[in-house]
Design a binder for this molecule. Structure first.
Ligand code: ATP
Ligand code: ZN
Length: 301
């Protein structure tokens, strides 16, 4: 590897990522996808033992859900909404003329009912709330989705469209806290066995603006978000997994309810799949055939 090239350039040079001209939007090679697929199988082997309900949503949610979730209050800078042309012939002529002359053709685009999913667990809370109170044992979901966050960056670990695999637990405070603590141990087992160096550290979400500062401090002080960080491309290690305890936030937002009518608590563990693949390529090399035998055995054995 040429040390003078950035890690992104090296990944592109090796054909693992395919550039599009937009920072954070890449194609993935077959090798890249295979690593993600094998890693997910490892996660499923561990998490499947708890018999989760497996649900897959497309990488979108309703605009109404995004509004109700409070996302625009906390993270307006990251949200993505889908807009479409909804005009008639005359508007179409204007659109084509604008395209022709290189003017802004997007002015006539109108918001649709669809927004891009910012985190794989987001569509689960309104779904569960709509299905009624939780059973006494609570509920557990396995979700995976492409997620969108408007944070263009030349850091290959900071993409605009990336996948999150998550387990999401809903139940009493005790149930969801035990879930989160258990998954920190399990994740340490998985990442350690893949021979990646890691640390688990307190973290916060990128809450927007002045009001967000207080929320960041509170989240950290209360230990509501922990991240597993792994050195990838930067001097600072990169958050590759998150362990989030939302307390009863989604009871307030969506009405997630316990069997006795009390507020449901929730927690999620999120695997940043591209970041984990990038960490594996960084530490073991760009060709998985050259990876340590035990790591290969775990993933492809
Ligand atoms: P919450 O449900 O509270 O919003 P979450 O776990 O669903 O949190 P994050 O903690 O923000 O969401 O992200 C989960 C994981 O997704 C991160 O640990 C990281 O590995 C990955 N991730 C986040 N942003 C990016 C990005 N821009 N590019 C690639 N991976 C990312
Ligand atoms: Zn989540």
């Amino acid at each position: 590897m040429d040390a003078t090239l950035s890690y992104l350039d090296q990944l592109i040079g090796a054909g693992l990522l395919i550039p599009t001209g937009v920072d954070g939007l890449y194609g993935r090679s077959g090798t890249f996808e295979d690593v993600i697929c094998r890693f997910e199988a490892l996660v499923t082997a561990e998490g499947g033992r708890d018999n989760p309900e497996v649900i897959r949503f497309p990488p979108a949610m309703t605009r109404r859900q995004l509004e109700t979730s409070g996302y625009m209050k906390s993270f307006p800078q990251l949200a993505g909404t889908v807009h479409s042309f909804c005009g008639g012939d005359h508007d179409h002529m204007e659109l084509l003329a604008a395209l022709d002359s290189g003017e802004d053709w997007t002015k006539g685009q109108e918001p649709t009912d669809i927004a891009l999913t910012p985190a794989a667990c987001y569509p689960i809370y309104p779904m569960v709330a709509a299905q009624g109170p939780l059973p006494p044992e609570g509920r557990l979901f396995d979700v995976q989705s492409y997620c969108f966050r408007h944070e263009p960056s030349a850091d290959p670990a900071r993409m605009q469209l990336f996948r999150m695999r998550e387990y999401v637990r809903l139940g009493t405070a005790e149930q969801v806290q035990a879930f989160r603590a258990g998954w920190i141990k399990r994740a340490e087992g998985i990442i350690g066995a893949l021979r990646l160096p890691y640390d688990v550290v307190p973290a916060n979400d990128p809450f927007f603006g002045r009001a967000g500062k207080m929320m960041k401090v509170n989240q950290r002080d209360q230990g509501l978000k922990l991240e597993m960080v792994i050195p990838v491309a930067n001097p600072q290690p990169t958050a590759c997994l998150s362990f989030n305890y939302h307390q009863d936030h989604f009871a307030g937002t969506w009405g997630v309810q316990l069997a006795d009518g009390g507020p449901g608590h929730t927690a999620c563990v999120g695997f940043g799949l591209e970041r984990i693949a990038l960490a594996l390529f960084k530490h073991h090399g760009f060709d998985p055939r050259d990876w340590p035998t035990d790591v290969r055995g775990l993933l492809w054995g």
